[in-house]
Design a protein around this ligand. Structure first.
Ligand code: HEC
Ligand code: HEC
Ligand code: HEC
Ligand code: HEC
Length: 210
């Protein structure tokens, strides 16, 4: 190939790429978003009980703020007497709250997607439905997939009046993790000394900075 032709080809290539970027926006941003979605869905919608190394989860690798990854051990929380008083195991449905029959729900919860309470035994049945990850329903603020809506919770305020609030991943996870940790720290103040254990305002014990 002679040099002029090579220059022409290079120029046409550069111009085409510029045009593509102009028409389709920044391809780099879309690739990053697609990768983040894939990472975020690593644990989602499965029948496999997370055991061994898989039980040591890292939640939310796609934080949209400086509050990044959160460590969570599924095994200790399910089977090592992690109730606030340290005396009983947490029921699966205390976190996977849609995995129980309507009759077992307590306010503000109303949505039921499983006819029996989720247990290890119930999950082993061949016709058992998958356990949906929290992020399948509780989306990030400003990151709601097309055609989906943010879960809405109806709370009763101090005066007994009903208030409607959107439950993003941030709101739902915080209310789930923090309400139990705060109750546990009240009953057992010595827990505050445990590495990794956090109450509501210990943001950077849970979160790694992005
Ligand atoms: C008990 C651990 C814990 C504590 C304490 C905690 N967080 Fe979080 N936070 C989480 C979890 C878990 C998520 C959801 C991660 C996911 O979506 O996978 C989250 C999500 C968030 C998000 C949304 C990130 C995104 O874009 O998805 C923000 C912002 C945030 N937390 C800020 C804070 C701040 C500020 C504090 C302190 C006032 C705090 N957090 C305390 C566990 C914690
Ligand atoms: C303290 C809260 C909590 C308890 C208790 C709990 N889970 Fe989970 N579980 C989670 C979280 C958080 C995830 C990760 C979901 C996500 O990534 O959105 C998860 C994920 C899962 C998954 C999907 C795992 C994967 O690798 O795809 C299954 C299945 C599951 N849990 C079953 C159970 C069963 C069965 C029990 C009771 C023995 C239980 N869970 C108890 C919070 C809990
Ligand atoms: C199938 C969809 C779905 C899944 C999966 C799901 N949620 Fe929810 N969640 C909802 C809906 C809808 C509400 C509003 C109340 C209702 O309808 O029961 C809610 C309400 C909540 C609430 C009470 C309201 C609030 O904002 O504090 C918490 C806490 C919560 N979810 C945490 C979680 C956690 C933690 C997980 C994963 C272990 C999870 N949810 C999985 C749909 C879901
Ligand atoms: C129903 C109660 C309950 C819920 C819900 C809960 N935790 Fe915990 N968690 C505990 C207790 C109790 C401890 C301390 C246990 C001990 O050391 O005896 C603990 C300890 C921890 C620790 C320290 C390391 C370990 O595994 O002991 C981390 C990290 C943690 N929790 C993260 C989370 C996150 C993130 C969430 C929400 C997705 C969450 N927890 C939800 C009760 C809970």
């Amino acid at each position: 190939m002679n040099k002029t032709l090579l220059k022409m080809v290079t120029l046409v290539f550069i111009l085409t790429m510029c045009l593509l970027v102009l028409v389709f926006g920044s391809p780099a941003t879309e690739t990053t978003l697609a990768r983040n979605v894939a990472v975020a869905h690593r644990f989602l919608d499965s029948k496999d009980l997370p055991t061994g190394e898989k039980a040591k989860m890292t939640l939310g690798k796609d934080s949209t703020s400086e509050h990044g990854e959160v460590a969570f051990n599924h095994d200790t929380h399910s089977f090592k007497k992690y109730s606030p008083d340290g005396k009983t195991d947490i029921g699966c449905a205390e976190c996977h709250h849609t995995d129980q029959p309507k009759s077992a729900l307590t306010p503000p919860l109303v949505t039921s997607e499983r006819a029996v309470v989720l247990t290890v035994e119930a999950l082993k049945k061949s016709d058992a439905a998958v356990v949906k990850g929290c992020r399948t329903c509780h989306f990030q603020e400003g990151n709601i997939p097309d055609g989906k809506e943010m879960p809405v919770t109806v709370f009763k305020n101090a005066k007994g009046k009903e208030e409607t609030k959107e439950s993003s991943n941030e709101v739902a996870y915080h209310n789930n993790c923090n309400s139990c940790h705060d109750a546990a720290a009240k009953l057992r103040p010595e827990l505050k000394k445990k590495a990794g254990f956090a109450t509501t305002n210990d943001c950077l014990i849970c979160h790694k900075k992005n």
